[in-house]
Design a protein around this ligand. Sequence first.
Ligand code: GLA
Length: 392
Amino acid sequence: MKQTELSQAFKDFFQNDENPRFFFAPGRINLIGEHTDYNGGHVFPAAISFGTYAAARKRPDQKLRFYSMNFQEKGIIECELADLSFSSEHDWANFPKGMIHHFVKNGFSISHGMDILFYGNIPNGAGLSSSASIEMVTGVVLESLFDLEIDRLRMIQLGQDVENQYIGVNSGIMDQFAIGKGKKDFAILLDCQTLAYSYAPVELVDHEIVIINSNKQRTLAGSKYNERRAQCEEALSDLRNELHVNSLGELTGENFEQFKHLIKNDTNRKRAKHAVYENERTLLALKELEQGNIEAFGQLMNASHISLRDDYAVTGAELDHIAAMAWRHPGVVGARMTGAGFGGCAIAIVHRAQIESFKENLIDSYTKEFGFSPSFYEAKISDGAKELTEEF
Ligand code: GLA
């Protein structure tokens, strides 16, 4: 989307001739470290060049007007600053509304209403964090339009509060963190227990990251996600009967083997096993990437998928097909689902010379199996949420 188009759309839809300011927040992929964030483990995500644009202006009154070019049939959604409570009628606009609500609740002064137009080029519900992207783009709109002094980490945490308290999904901090702190060409190794983080260059030599959307609708993703989280909490609470640990992320594989009998329920034991070993894989993966061992990195991605399939049970037939087909294809060093799962996207690290044949073969076998086709995105690893001050 070009600036001139976004500007024109803002003026047309809001009937407002004044120039808006422009903002962008990326989506994210997660290279490895899945369902570890709320278990106090490590994650290894990166912000991508697809995301959400916003064009915004303050209004003289107290009215908030939201418009999304992705949900044009919903029209302009309106509310007053004085009533920011969740409303199912407001549909997608609950994400920006929730962000404004949490800013106000935390003492940030939002003195005026606004007109905000959104345009997203990440598919909704595909597991690339379209919701965290819209939250974080709203965060930078508020920061800039109202000259707020807000630490980036605080903004990230407010985004997570919106998901947890306003929307009702008990998600961890990974998505908002990756989107808030993304850096071009770098992935972020984040310790979700302490929030210590570092950037690692993603240098894949002759390889590219291919994002594959299964195009499988993510039904019930929120409730199954919350269920997984509760199962991990139960497992932790069983372990704590004899062990002094604050989170599953504090355990090594060895510790786990020694104490896993304390977890009473078989399913919970499998969930915890994934969380513990996935955290170990994530730390190993960073080392392999730093040493340029792309093959070894790819093997860890594959092992991550298998664990998410067999122990965490969040992959599903479509993502399993994509991963298995990728593992067999020449030039693919690793492939796994990315994000929460239950449909959504997978990522594969593919040698440049093989990308086209990989896509063709996958479209062919996938369509035969499921009757619909996957989509592909070639995203670059990008910067985090910010105001766009140069022409785009
Ligand atoms: C979703 C959540 C994240 C994280 C992933 C799984 O994207 O928002 O916090 O838990 O799922 O790794």
